[in-house]
Design a protein around this ligand. Structure first.
Ligand SMILES: C[S@@+](CC[C@H](N)C(=O)[O-])C[C@H]1O[C@@H](n2cnc3c(N)ncnc32)[C@H](O)[C@@H]1O
Length: 388
């Protein structure tokens, strides 16, 4: 007599779409398609190891327009932290923050440094200790970025001595200058910015600001390509309690075995801007297909390239560039700067595997439907036309 049969295997399309390759020469670890992938498929959903708020570039304070713990946009009726500029959306968020990133000691230290440049005396007892238990430190240490990756060692050394002065409540054992330098490198190479929804400045320009930075252990394994085949989304103001997760989706069909890449910055940067950032912050010169094409463009084209790439043409309107595959692909996935400058990827396919044909923007959340967003009829781009 047969015992109960094992459950049927999942359908092939449900098999995990991603495989980790331990080392591609010259690129380190990489993620590749474990099977054929459909446009819009969700490839990864990742939770942060570590999240921290961005400083307001105008005055160096934390923004008070979102919660200092869950990072959602604040409504009225918020509670404050001991550090007056940080606000929370609810008492539970405030209580959680006071136990982790906003301990009384940490807030007092920041207030005193900002107001008088003085360091606070150490506090006795558990109340002063920053809790880092939530942080999977070993996972963080496994990410790309080493102590030796700094062009100049002064910044990590200065930070380390500041931390040393501040650290009595922490256990400084093993917290060497090398570890501080390595952590800074890891942050530079792996942090993802969670963006504020794109707004419009007083001069009518599109304003994009980072709300918080997060380190995501799995998403950190994506290598870069200036014409990426994947795109990452976040929904920080969403209702779910997993609102700080990031989601990576396929931009178009990807065959099995192909490397999966993100762009580490907006796709509309010029060749020079991209190469500079990749070399300075990530330590490599990009040799992707798009860079190989654009490397050949003449120096004097830089200004025209900047204008057309920002506008969303991928540098294509200069006549002779029209028709280059890189230009065409770029125009499919890039929203012009006049709108929000984001990148488009299709919404996920239905459970039956039917692709949606609707593109979502990762900067403003707008949706665009249409088969031929690259139509170059000579008119202005339509940008986002279907309301999100
Ligand atoms: C966020 S990590 C990506 C994962 C990394 N390969 C690893 O082994 O952990 C960024 C680093 O990966 C490498 N990398 C990413 N994209 C690359 C590319 N297109 N060409 C060469 N190296 C790349 C660089 O060393 C870069 O600093």
């Amino acid at each position: 007599m047969h015992s109960s049969l094992p459950p049927p295997p999942p359908p092939p399309s449900a098999a995990t779409p991603i495989r980790v390759v331990p080392d591609i020469p010259g690129r380190g670890r990489a993620l590749v398609a474990a099977r054929a992938i459909k446009p819009g498929e969700v490839l990864l959903t990742d939770s942060p190891l570590l999240l921290y708020p961005a400083l307001d570039s105008a005055d160096g304070s934390f923004s008070s327009s979102f919660c200092g713990h869950c990072y959602r946009t604040l409504a009225a009726g918020v509670s404050r932290s001991p550090l007056a500029s940080v606000r929370f959306c609810s008492e539970p968020c405030r209580a959680m923050a006071l136990l982790s990133s906003h301990t009384p000691w940490a807030c007092r230290a920041l207030s005193m440094i900002r107001s008088a440049g003085r360091l606070p005396p150490p506090l006795d007892g558990a109340e002063g200790r920053s809790q880092v238990a939530f942080l999977d430190f070993r996972r963080l240490l496994s990410l790309q970025g080493d102590a030796g990756d700094h062009a100049s060692p002064e910044l990590p050394l200065a930070l380390h001595s500041l931390m040393g002065s501040l650290s009595p409540p922490l256990d400084p054992a093993g917290f060497s200058p090398e570890l501080t330098a390595a952590l800074l490198s890891k942050d530079r190479m792996n942090a993802f910015g969670l963006m504020e929804p794109a707004g419009v400045g007083s001069g009518g320009e599109v304003e994009k600001r980072v709300r918080a930075y997060g380190i995501y252990p799995n998403a950190s394994l994506f290598n870069h390509d200036c014409l990426p085949n994947t795109c990452r989304f976040d929904y920080v103001d969403g209702g779910s309690d997993r609102n700080t997760e990031i989601i990576v989706r396929a931009i178009h069909e990807i065959p099995e075995g192909r490397e999966l890449c993100l762009s580490y910055f907006p796709v509309n940067w010029t060749f020079k801007e991209r190469q500079k950032r990749l070399l300075e912050d990530y330590g490599f010169s990009c040799a992707c297909d798009r860079c190989l094409v654009e490397k050949g463009w003449k120096e004097q084209d830089e200004e025209e390239e900047k204008r057309t790439t920002r506008r969303g043409d991928g540098g294509c309107r200069g006549g002779r560039r029209r028709g280059l595959p890189a230009c065409l692909l770029l125009r499919e996935i890039h929203v012009p700067e006049g709108n929000c400058g984001g990148t488009l990827a299709p919404l996920p396919p239905s459970p039956q595997g039917v692709t949606s044909g609707v593109m979502e923007c990762n900067a403003c959340g707008g949706l665009r439907k249409g088969d031929d967003p690259c139509d170059d009829g000579g008119g202005e781009d339509d940008g986002i036309v279907v309301d999100g």
